[in-house]
Design a binder for this molecule. Structure first.
Ligand code: AMP
Length: 216
């Protein structure tokens, strides 16, 4: 199954993508995670992407599309994959579709996780991540056992720089302008499905699995 997850920042794409990947035993490809890893390791890609990410802007299409095109051709993607955070613009989607077509492949489903703005802002502003292992927590809905400390590796929890309130508003604007048009793009291609993401994680996941099993 080749799957794209759509949804605004804070819609729960990352959480659902990890669960879906485990359920179907396919790789979870998060462009945001790949960029963050590259920034942490100070690679050439990381240095190019850092400024855009910290400002809540999109990384240029060529950089992002190249990265994903190479990643989906790796051996572990043979039986499918789940893309989380890509595509984020119409040109990325068009370019990716063209590459897949050349390879004789196509996407099976574009799944939109739909959540209202006020809920998105509340979710993102309470989000904390472990600065060592990347595990995600939330001050209200998923607090760590000890405040400020990761349950998994005991590393310190931080707020992602792009999760600060001003940058979040900017990211939501960028989402509405550049990414939301993808909903119509995939609808036209007959592969769009939507789920209401403003429900507990397990309920959203159950719905998603029902939908995806009908496709697999
Ligand atoms: P995320 O973790 O998916 O919210 O991504 C964090 C940041 O990485 C975004 O705000 C963008 O700056 C950058 N990014 C991730 N995926 C893409 C993409 N497909 N196109 C452009 N920028 C991206």
């Amino acid at each position: 199954m080749k799957l794209v997850l759509l949804g605004a920042p804070g819609a729960g794409k990352g959480t659902q993508a990890a669960l879906i990947a485990e359920h179907f035993q396919i790789p979870h490809i998060s462009t945001g995670d790949i960029f963050r890893e590259n920034i942490k390791n100070e690679t050439e890609l990381g240095l190019k992407a850092k400024h855009y990410i910290e400002e809540g802007l999109l990384v240029p299409d060529e950089l992002t599309t190249d990265l994903v095109v190479h990643r989906v051709q790796e051996e572990d993607c043979e039986n499918g994959y789940i893309l989380d955070g890509f595509p984020r613009t119409i040109p990325q989607a068009e370019c990716f579709d063209a590459v897949l077509e050349e390879l004789g492949m196509h996407l099976d489903v574009a799944l939109d996780v739909d959540v209202k703005d006020e809920v998105l802002i509340r979710r993102i502003s309470g989000r904390r991540v472990c600065s060592v292992c990347g595990e995600t927590f939330h001050v209200e809905s998923l607090p760590p056992k000890t405040e400020g400390i990761c349950d998994v590796c005991h590393g310190p929890l931080i707020r992602r720089k792009d999760d600060d309130p001003e940058t979040v508003l900017h990211r939501l604007q960028v989402y509405r302008e550049k990414t939301e048009p993808l909903i119509a793009y995939y609808k036209e291609r007959g592969i769009l499905v939507s789920v209401d993401g403003d429900r507990p994680v397990e309920t959203v996941f159950e719905d998603i699995i029902k939908i995806l099993e009908a496709f697999s």
